[in-house]
Design a protein around this ligand. Structure first.
Ligand SMILES: [Zn+2]
Length: 76
């Protein structure tokens, strides 16, 4: 028996499992929060790559939805 010969093995767990049934990129939204003025905007249904406009500050954004169905808004 070799002293210090530890046989403990850890599997490296990555937190990147995809939730099954998650809507992902196909998720649709009917509202968004303006990243510039934080206003809450009800909107017609929109999805990935659609353009939305804030009713408060008038800025336009492109909706980008990632694989997890999270909405990000890119200023145009
Ligand atoms: Zn705004």
């Amino acid at each position: 028996m070799a002293p210090g010969g530890r046989d403990k093995h850890f599997d490296v767990e990555d937190d990147d499992e995809f939730a099954k049934g998650a809507p992902g990129k196909k998720r649709r939204f009917t509202e968004f929060e303006c990243p510039t003025c934080s206003a809450h905007n009800p909107f017609e249904e929109f999805g990935n790559e659609d353009e939305v406009m804030c009713n408060w500050c008038g800025l336009q954004f492109k909706a980008v939805i990632d694989d997890e169905g999270k909405l990000k808004l890119k200023e145009l």
